[in-house]
Design a protein around this ligand. Structure first.
Ligand code: SF4
Length: 98
């Protein structure tokens, strides 16, 4: 005679949320504004034409464009900062019969 038992296991799922910010070193920026043309959704201009970043958050959908803005900066004044945090998003419950 075989025994049948149900074993329930609960597992917490952790996911990684990644945030990207674009950063600027104003000391080396030449102010010609290539970056403002490439990524206007994130990089604005001040009254003299120099870039203004605000908090610099880059939406995930613009990540590639932000990488291009960094690559095309002739003074290497831009870079991307990526931060990740672990978050708990839910539980997975598995049922196993033996
Ligand atoms: S592309 Fe680079 S050097 Fe030109 S304005 Fe933007 S940050 Fe400054």
């Amino acid at each position: 005679m075989s025994k049948t038992a149900t074993v329930r296991t609960k597992k917490t799922v952790q996911t990684k949320t990644v945030r990207t910010k674009i950063r600027l070193n104003p000391a080396v920026c030449d102010g010609f504004g290539f970056c403002c043309e490439i990524l206007p959704e994130v990089i604005g201009r001040d009254e003299w034409g120099f870039p203004v970043l605000g908090d610099g958050t880059v939406p995930q959908s613009l990540r590639r464009t932000a990488e291009q803005a960094v690559a095309f900066c002739p003074r290497k004044a831009l870079w991307l900062e990526t931060t990740g945090c672990l978050g708990t998003t839910g539980r997975v419950e598995r049922t196993r019969t033996r």
